[in-house]
Structure formats: structure tokens, C-alpha cells
Unconditional design. Structure first.
Ligand code: SF4
Ligand code: SF4
Length: 407
């Protein structure tokens, strides 16, 4: 059987490369969905075998397509299989392209259709108004006027907030922290505010590449109007879009330099521009979000920031860096099956509980929001704080909502 989308992206031969060694199921870290389901099709190996059997006609679409679809959507796109597999199969890309294939065959799950409609209608995954995009942080942040004045102003550098970091209670803490840090040291940047649209990551993760194009083109056009040359974002999902996936899936070459926000901060620290003067007095551990870590390779920069923070005793998670467990919310799994995502987060809670840390941090506002929500349900009561927030606190910066902003 044919998967035209796999052919279009030159991926049709990869399912035949898998050597069936099962390392993607049992390797250190490896696949969180397999760890929860203990069913072959929820690992890289199982998905490659199903795709192979379908391509060769060994099973019919009636037997196998729904099973493959369930497994393809029941995946956090965490890249764990790509990390442990000794072949060069681009698993995450294959899963996204197959999701697109299922969309074209009318096999998209109902909640994916709803999510797509929401993003395209509202220009954000939350389904809220664009006005609300500035409501949360502008209510809490002490630099509200300065920040609102930056909206739509020409500048070389732009801060792309991302939907989570604009709307979601806990996630906007990192947005506020970032703007306070940058304003404190006199860095210039512009923001789009109400004119910022979703980067399109949810659509690309769901396999609707053309839907994502309209959103991407809007933001790119706005930045070109403002003369922007460099974009930074705290959201590793947005980062991945801007840095790689517009080119990979949409063939868009926007020409901007793209920085991950925590890479930007690590660089400012290296340049001596950031001064930490307030000991935090915490025992800290760190969660490498999948899109920042495995899918983009940012392991050192967050640890450079942590090293520079005063009063921090740092302990790695048992599964860290390339072996770090997904928090459970990746790959739009939360929209597809929130209970399944919740079960995955319990793996993370166990891992965090195995440290002596009193605080868990991450360089991903979306992971922070999910960890804050889910860790207590997995029996883990550690404090959850974004690394950008810890950095702001260590600079002596504070704001009214620091301990108050929740969903
Ligand atoms: S680790 Fe790679 S080669 Fe081994 S079973 Fe998994 S996908 Fe196949
Ligand atoms: S991307 Fe992650 S969740 Fe999906 S199959 Fe690979 S290891 Fe499992």
C-alpha cells in the first residue's frame, strides 16, 4: 500500500531499516508510551513494523491502519526512539508525516479536528481572543507600560512569546521574568503582542502542514515589516518551528537568526551582562524538555545558567539530558488522550522523587505548566519553577504575581 506523504518527504524506505533489536523499548530513557502501554505498536519498533507490513501488503488497511493511527497519535514526539536507535531513522518526522497522511484519509481523531479548527479560527490553541494574549502578563508585570509600548515597534531582535507563554497562568511567569531581566540590563527587543499568532506547532505536530503555513506567513510578514533580524523564544516547541520545521515541512526560508531564550540568557551571563546578587538557597533538579533537549540539543546552556545561580545545590535527575523522560504533554498527546499523558507524567514524578531536590526546573514554559499540574498527582510535591524565573529571582527581581499566578 502507498503512503504518498511518506514518498513526498522521501521517507518511504525508512520503515525497512529497523533491525527489530527492541532497544527503543528497553534502552535507558527510551519510549515513555511503550513504558506505559507495554504494547509493541507504541514504540518506534512497532510503528516501523506496522508501516512495513502495510507497505508490503502483509496486512490490509482494514487490519492495520487504525492500529497504526492509534499508535502514531499515542506518541509524545519526544524523540526517545531517535536517540537510542542505532539507525538513522528520522522517527519524529515520520510520525508527523503519517499524521498528515491520516488527516488526508479522513482518519484524524475528533479532538484533533477540533484543535485544528480552534487554532485556525483563534490563531492560538487556547481558543481565546488575541486581546487576551496580552491580558495575563500585562496585568501582573511591573514593566507593563514599557512592554506594551514595545508592541509593533521596529527592532533588530524580537521576543516571540508563544501561546502557552502568553496565555497560560504558570507559563507567563517565564515571559514576565524574561522581560524583566532584559529590561534590567538594557537589551532592546520588540514584541508582536496582539499581532502574534500561534507559530503553527500544534498543526505541524498534528500533520496539517498547510494549516500551519498561514500562521507562519503572518508572523514572518510582521517581523519583516519591523526590520527584525533575530528572533528568540523561550518555548522550545516554537523554537523548533522557527529554527527547523518551517523549512523542513513548509519549505519556508525566513532568513531570521533564531535563538532559544535560555541560550540567549546563557550568552548574556557569559558576556558578564547579568549580575546575580540574591542567593536562592534551594536544592534543584532540572527537566530537559524534549524539544529543547533531544529534539534541539540544548543540554549545556540551561546547566550553564544553573551553575551561575547563587545558592543552588544541583542534582541531575536519574534520567537526564538525552535520556530524560518526557513530561507527558508533548506531541499533542494531551489533546489526544489526557489520561495517557497523565500516566506518562507519573514516570517523571517518580524520577523527580528519586532526587533530594526541593525544586524542579525546566527551560520550557509548557513543561513547567504540565509538571506543576501533574507532579502532585504522581505523589511529587516539589516546587516547580521555570529556569527564567529562578534567574530573575537571583537578580533580585520580583513581581506581585510571582507566587500567585495559576490557571
Ligand atoms: S532501536 Fe531502532 S532498530 Fe532497534 S527496534 Fe527500535 S527502531 Fe528498530
Ligand atoms: S517519539 Fe517518544 S513516545 Fe513516540 S515512539 Fe518515539 S520514544 Fe515513544
Amino acid at each position: 500500500m502507498d503512503f504518498p506523504a511518506l514518498k513526498e518527504f522521501g521517507l518511504q524506505d525508512y520503515p525497512f531499516i529497523c533491525a527489530q533489536c527492541s532497544y527503543c523499548q528497553i534502552g535507558h530513557g527510551a519510549c515513555p508510551t511503550y513504558k506505559v502501554k507495554r504494547t509493541d505498536s507504541y514504540s518506534g519498533k512497532g510503528k516501523m513494523l506496522l508501516a512495513r507490513a502495510l507497505i508490503l501488503g502483509r496486512i490490509s488497511p482494514d487490519d492495520g491502519l487504525q492500529g497504526l493511527a492509534d499508535a502514531i497519535y499515542g506518541c509524545t514526539l519526544c524523540g526517545g526512539c531517535e536517540e537510542v536507535c542505532q539507525t538513522d531513522i528520522p522517527f519524529v518526522k515520520i510520525y508527523q508525516v503519517l499524521r498528515g497522511e491520516f488527516m488526508k484519509r479522513g482518519m484524524w481523531p475528533e479532538n484533533m479536528k477540533l484543535a485544528k479548527e480552534t487554532v485556525l479560527k483563534s490563531c492560538n490553541i487556547q481558543g481565546l481572543s488575541q486581546m487576551d494574549r496580552i491580558e495575563g502578563w500585562s496585568y501582573w508585570t511591573p514593566n507593563e507600560d514599557d512592554l506594551l509600548d514595545k508592541q509593533g515597534q521596529p527592532a533588530d531582535t524580537a521576543f516571540f512569546f508563544g501561546c502557552s507563554s502568553s496565555y497560560r497562568g504558570v507559563s507567563i511567569q517565564a515571559t514576565i521574568a524574561t522581560t524583566l531581566i532584559l529590561d534590567n540590563i538594557g537589551e532592546e527587543y520588540t514584541i508582536l503582542g496582539e499581532e502574534e499568532y500561534c507559530c503553527g506547532a500544534p498543526l505541524i505536530m498534528m500533520g496539517d502542514f498547510e494549516g500551519a503555513r498561514t500562521l507562519a506567513e503572518h508572523n514572518i510578514a510582521k517581523y519583516k515589516e519591523l526590520g527584525v533580524k533575530r528572533i528568540f523564544t523561550n518555548c522550545p516547541g516554537c523554537y523548533k518551528m522557527w529554527a527547523h520545521e518551517y523549512k523542513e515541512f513548509l519549505d519556508i526560508d525566513h532568513g531570521f537568526e533564531v535563538l532559544y531564550g535560555y541560550e540567549y540568557l546563557a550568552d548574556l551571563i557569559k558576556q558578564g551582562k547579568v549580575e546575580f546578587n540574591t542567593p536562592l538557597n534551594i536544592k534543584l533538579t532540572y527537566h530537559d524538555g524534549c524539544d529543547a533537549g533531544r529534539n534541539s540539543g540544548y543540554y549545556d546552556e540551561p546547566r550553564e545558567i544553573i551553575k551561575a545561580l547563587p545558592g543552588v545545590e544541583f542534582e541531575e535527575l536519574p534520567h537526564n539530558k538525552e535520556n530524560c523522560y518526557c513530561c507527558g504533554s508533548g506531541g499533542v498527546l494531551r489533546a489526544f488522550d489526557h489520561e495517557f499523558a497523565g500516566d506518562i507524567s507519573k514516570l517523571k514524578a517518580d524520577d523527580v522523587n528519586r532526587t533530594q531536590a526541593d525544586t524542579v526546573s525546566s527551560g520550557c514554559p509548557s513543561c513547567i505548566e504540565y509538571l506543576k499540574d501533574q507532579l502532585p498527582q504522581g505523589g511529587c510535591d516539589k516546587v516547580v519553577k521555570d529556569l527564567m524565573v529562578l534567574a530573575a529571582e537571583a537578580m533580585g527581581l520580583t513581581w506581585d504575581g510571582l507566587d500567585e499566578i495559576y490557571e
